[in-house]
Write a new protein. Sequence first.
Length: 123
Amino acid sequence: MRIDPEKYRVLLNAKACEAVNGLRSRGRIAMENSAEEIEQILLKHEREFTMLAIDRDTQMLRQIRSALERLEDGMFGVCEECGREIPGKRVDALPWAQRCVKCQEATDRAASASTFRPLQVAA
């Protein structure tokens, strides 16, 4: 696949600005309290949701910056695991992708296996 560096540089920089603006627009996380128990629960869930969104945007920004570095290093579009070329359709869909589909699936399976622990019942 022939990569047009300028096309992806523009695209990644635009996506990075989008992520930064998303982080800025959330402002500070308000630590509000309420006398009503149901309101306390709702406020807690709002804070948790905001924290998850901030974490997601921060991770996205890291991935985008990493992709920009790979673009400068000439390693953009190359799987970090196996070293093979990442298919063009994947790069077009996820310009910050670090792995080919096969290696990403293996990474995802390993991550889910390490977080899932079946319930063990004592006999």
